[in-house]
Design a protein around this ligand. Sequence first.
Ligand SMILES: Clc1ccc(Cc2nnn[n-]2)cc1
Ligand SMILES: [Zn+2]
Length: 260
Amino acid sequence: MATWGYGNDNGPATWVKSFPVAAGTRQSPIDIVPTAAKCDTKLTENPLTVNYSPEPAMELCNPGLSVKANIKSKSVIKGGPLEGEYKLEQFHLHWGSADKQGSEHTLNGKMFPAELHLVHYNATKYSSFGEAVDKPDGLAVFGIFLKISDKPHQGLKSLTDVLSEVQYKDKSINIKQEYNPVCLLPDNINKYWTYLGSLTTPPLCESVTWIVFEEPIEVSEDQMKAFRALCCGECGSAPIVDNYRPPLPLGNRQLRASFQ
Ligand SMILES: Clc1ccc(Cc2nnn[n-]2)cc1
Ligand SMILES: [Zn+2]
């Protein structure tokens, strides 16, 4: 199969041809139905802890199907559903061509305009992201919903203000100002849903403990327009929009909630 993507000929419904795990039993994303989630007090007995550090010169790049920031500093999480310490590797986003769509996880069938993913790997058990990426306990990804407000998100503004400099595929820049990714998290990180899932693009490895926060972060329409101006390829190529995989069945998995 030519390279996978989100178009009619290479989109999510075609991925199973080259990546049979697409039809697996722990695929992501899913539709989150809060009333079907089991409140698990074990999640609060051992609270989720975030220890992120400032990135001196964070690298922002356009890999062609999203925009990604690569992390070099020691930013780690632990607790909640996690055993051991997971180290932040990168973060990126998924977004729509319009506000009515864009997120990967849905909430009672509702799509948000975008979803931010902070990708961590199990640094207690594995020596690199590459080693952890295909292990059942290898990765932990924060899923944060974005919703539209009249004010821009200050933390994301450092990125959306320079997206024009990574408009084309394989472009990358360094964010000059020191950047601490903690500014991207919602105020309340104690309310989340968690389940065992996968990467949402090929190779679709079933290696992710998902942690999806209940509280969205708020971004402006102009910031959404900045994401939608990114291009899949070189000058004149299609805009990066609707880079989301639709939800897969929860199947026999348990969706747990950290709150009532
Ligand atoms: Cl840059 C990038 C990296 C990973 C994915 C796929 C993904 N897997 N889990 N969350 N996102 C999409 C874009
Ligand atoms: Zn993602």
